[in-house]
Design a binder for this molecule. Structure first.
Ligand code: ZN
Length: 249
């Protein structure tokens, strides 16, 4: 079974379509770690596409904010403006679907999905200390998380009590980097963000987990960033959100 793992789509249809084109024929099941909407100009297109693909999806903080499940008091003004715009755009049907999304952790096909941290969907996992809980307490040896928009992750070998930071991003000249999974290790992996990468590589990020061959591929694919920026400007979304797409930050 090969699972296509998407996260932090952020209503960026061009990035999603580029990722799906690159991944075509390479997966049997598709999952999504949340933040389907927020920031980007295509909330309905992206939500409809994810529904149509039948992706097992958990909610992210931006999905909660856009649907009113979460107050936006602690969002910065730019993020809040995008939340308000997104809510005004979503069709009643897509709004209803997003509102009903389950929270993580969710077990799917032998792996566990979370948006932020294992016990707190809104918490960021950047450091080994923050990763430890997910590595030790998850119901599966392989757990995927999102929220940070940084592709990569952590492994933990219980026999030697060794926690390792995995630098898994493909080089700019390459499309993917592969990680071989060891039987005795546990993994907490971030597929990267489709719609708003923040790890200095502006290409759309995703992962493909091949559970039969114990390999996870970390992908980056280019997409039409300027087209997305034009749609954002036409929608009068904050300029800073458009500009950061070019930087991948
Ligand atoms: Zn996000």
């Amino acid at each position: 079974m090969r699972i296509l793992v998407l996260s932090d789509l952020h209503a960026n249809a061009s990035a999603l379509n580029a990722a799906l084109a690159a991944a075509q024929g390479r997966w049997e099941q598709i999952v999504c770690l949340g933040d389907v909407v927020g920031y980007g100009p295509d909330p309905n297109e992206v939500t409809s596409k994810i529904r149509e693909l039948g992706a097992q999806t958990i909610r992210g903080n931006h999905d909660k904010a856009a649907t009113g499940l979460m107050p936006t008091d602690d969002f910065n003004p730019i993020a809040k403006a995008a939340v308000d715009w997104t809510r005004s755009q979503l069709s009643p049907d897509n709004l209803k679907w997003l509102t009903a999304l389950p929270h993580g952790p969710l077990e799917v096909g032998g792996i566990v999905l979370v948006h932020g941290a294992l016990q707190d969907e809104d918490e960021y996992v950047f450091t080994p200390e923050q990763a430890l809980e997910g590595l030790l307490d998850s119901n599966a040896a392989l757990t995927f998380f999102g929220h940070t928009h940084h592709q990569g992750g952590f492994s933990y070998l219980s026999a030697s009590n060794h926690l390792e930071i995995l630098n898994l991003r493909p080089r700019s000249s390459e499309s993917f980097a592969a990680l071989r999974l060891d039987a005795g290790s546990r993994y907490l992996l971030n597929p990267g963000s489709i719609g708003q990468p923040r790890d200095s590589d502006p290409r759309a990020g995703f992962a493909i987990a091949d559970l039969e061959h114990n390999v996870v591929e970390f992908w980056r694919v280019p997409y039409d960033i300027s087209g997305v920026q034009s749609r954002m400007r036409a929608a009068r979304l904050p300029e800073a959100l458009a500009q950061r797409l070019s930087l991948g930050r």
